[in-house]
Write a protein that binds this ligand. Structure first.
Ligand SMILES: Nc1ncnc2c1ncn2[C@@H]1O[C@H](COP(=O)(O)OP(=O)(O)OP(=O)(O)O)[C@@H](O)[C@H]1O
Ligand SMILES: [Mg+2]
Length: 288
């Protein structure tokens, strides 16, 4: 995805994403873009092509990822001119049902307010190794920062300011409260997958493993994985102290247990938190 590319453009309306989306994506030809447009507002019937202009500069402050997310300017083309341009993020998946789930989770999460990146469509493309990928396209949001940037930033060896540590831990607690309150388990909840917007409100990011859950231990896994990620999985001395983790992460979460969980699960959740609280250092250092 190194150069500007012109791609055929197809569109569907939001109702068509609630059923049969996976087979629709399976049929999407290589290098074709499928945009979800409300009443054909953004894509009218005469538009059949779009242009993707890679923007590597958008990557600054966004950790390189395994399943590499790319950033670009997406322009919708009319007969002779550019009709509109918007910055986007393009996230590749190996299989269509994962892209479908990612899309639907984002739509659901945003129903009560903007808490995750807004998905606008899909793209089929080959990755750098020639593997066939189905990608989701979300609106690029410059103002969202992932917490790895403030915890480790440019200089990994320098201890971050306490204000950065408390922002990081507070965002993590709030994000988990939001997700668990909706009955959702994140599944890959680590520092680099926590983020906040310019008003320092939490953003839920990386929805690849988000699932509906009932099992309190699954919710507990989100908490313990997060603690392990604070030391980069035992590779580094964690910057937050035990007290900071307890006061700014575990306690705020613990205080919401009655609001989040039904009676039957509260006791187990309290036990899980108590167990993590006793073992904060071991869990953080991945010796648990
Ligand atoms: N629409 C967007 N606007 C701004 N930043 C974005 C957008 N989509 C993704 N990002 C950023 O790109 C980074 C990688 O995204 P994400 O975590 O979803 O991908 P990933 O491939 O699963 O990453 P990893 O495997 O490293 O966890 C994150 O820092 C995220 O905030
Ligand atoms: Mg991620």
């Amino acid at each position: 995805m190194g150069e500007i590319s012109r791609v055929p453009l197809l569109s569907i309306n939001p109702e068509q994403t609630t059923k049969g989306l996976t087979p629709r994506l399976q049929q999407l030809p290589m290098d074709h873009l499928l945009l979800v447009s409300d009443n054909h507002e953004t894509v009218d019937s005469s538009t059949t092509a779009a242009m993707l202009n890679p923007r590597e500069d958008y990557e600054t402050g966004r950790d390189n990822s395994v399943q590499k997310v790319h950033f670009a300017d997406l322009s919708v083309l009319g007969d002779n001119e550019i009709l509109s341009t918007q910055p986007v993020a393009i996230k590749p998946f190996d299989v269509e049902w994962l892209a479908t789930r990612d899309y639907r989770t984002a739509i659901k999460l945003n129903e009560g307010g903007h808490v995750t990146f807004e998905p606008i469509g899909f793209l089929r493309k080959e990755d750098g190794q020639g593997r066939n990928k189905i990608c989701t396209i979300t609106k690029f949001e410059q103002g969202v920062t992932s917490c790895d940037n403030i915890l480790w930033g440019n200089n990994e060896r320098q201890r971050p300011a306490d204000s950065s540590i408390s922002l990081t831990l507070g965002i993590a607690a709030q994000s988990l409260i939001m997700l668990h309150d909706r009955g959702l388990h994140h599944g890959d909840f680590q520092v680099k997958n926590t983020a906040y917007d310019i008003t320092q409100q939490p953003r839920i990011i990386d929805l690849t493993s988000v699932k509906k859950q009932n099992d309190p231990y699954k919710f507990g896994e989100d908490l313990s994985l997060y603690l392990s990620s604070l030391s980069r999985y035992g590779k580094q001395t964690p910057y937050p102290t035990e007290e900071q983790v307890e006061d700014l992460f575990l306690r705020p979460y613990h205080d919401q247990i009655d609001n989040i969980f039904p009676h039957s699960k509260r006791q187990t959740m309290r036990k899980i938190i108590a167990c993590l609280a006793i073992n904060i250092n071991d869990v953080m250092n991945d010796h648990y």
